[in-house]
Design a protein around this ligand. Sequence first.
Ligand SMILES: *Cc1c(COP(=O)(O)O)cnc(C)c1O
Length: 385
Amino acid sequence: MWKIPLSDVNFGPEEAEAAQRVVAGGWLTMGERTQAFERGLGEALGSPRILAVTNCTAALHMAYAAVDLGPGDELICPSLTFVATANAALACGANVVLADVVGPHDLTLDPADVERKITSCTRAIAVVHYAGYPCDMDAIMDIASRRGIAVIEDAAHAPRSTYKGRALGTIGDIGCLSFFSNKNLSTGEGGALISRTDELHGKLRLMRAHGMTTLTLDRHKGHAFSYDVLLPGFNYRIDEIRSAIGLVQLGRLEEGNRRRRALARRYHEKLAEDRRITLPFEGFEARGIGESAHHILPVLLPPGAPREAIMAAMKARGIQTSVHYPPIHGFTFHGATDRVRTEGLPKTDEIAARELTLPLYPRMTDAQVDEVVSALRASLDEVLG
Ligand SMILES: *Cc1c(COP(=O)(O)O)cnc(C)c1O
């Protein structure tokens, strides 16, 4: 339907074969594929404390619960993120304080605004590594550790991104990954948790499966016949079909990210010539702070430009675009409830109105990047005159 879609899965016949083998084998959940997937993720990210779960929203819910975020507490997170980052805290009964981003050249959480918004109720900060680019983790960790506040990394965009040589998701207390269909590593629905300590890892393992002391696989193998329940947990387990697909996808991640990087670089080179466009994160990787997983390709339109008309002009040329994100404080529920604090977000307001996301996926060709860039120029000419 689209000549160039916004994103596309990076699947081959191996994913279908892996899923088929699980179905034929008949062991469908919490088995050896999940253990192998967790081991593989751990090797890729440099942490032995990984738990695969049903999706990233569940991972965020568990992460917040594991650092005891509850009624009366506050979570600080950016307004410029997917709504799950905030909703998972509301589901814990906590209040949410929305913070601003750094600016047009860095769409990640602004540590200075976080510091301004800390109160005696702040229990956790959730950072979002927007598009795969790291937040200023040194500043965030410093602010948090001085006050005993937990740091949760929403690393849904950032599998194998790095900050000063460390994988994103492994720096804060808990990192959360997403394996949703359009993410860099896709299992349809899926996610993972990375814990900084054995204590958090153990707690999250219990929470994933009802707080029960023995796992299905152990009981099946005859290692255990009974169980106790140590905390009121959830069922946020992943299944073996998804883990098998995830293992194949994990093998494609590094190459897929490398291809995304080359495409993003090409976009930046071509778009730098057009002074109507602002490029967030321009030159980031040349500064040597870290590497992005390049989950999406955001650009900023000129202030006041009619974005919907430009998106329609792109659509007329067969090119799908999107917006990341409609800010959380603009939603009906979050804008009205007194459980979400929405003051002081001037940069988010400016940037969210101008942001446009262009197509990016590993199988995209250089010629397709060039086509999107020419289409964007032609659309701007047409709409802005
Ligand atoms: C996709 C995404 C999520 C939610 O992930 P699911 O696996 O779909 O639950 C959370 N945060 C961000 C920033 C995301 O992009």
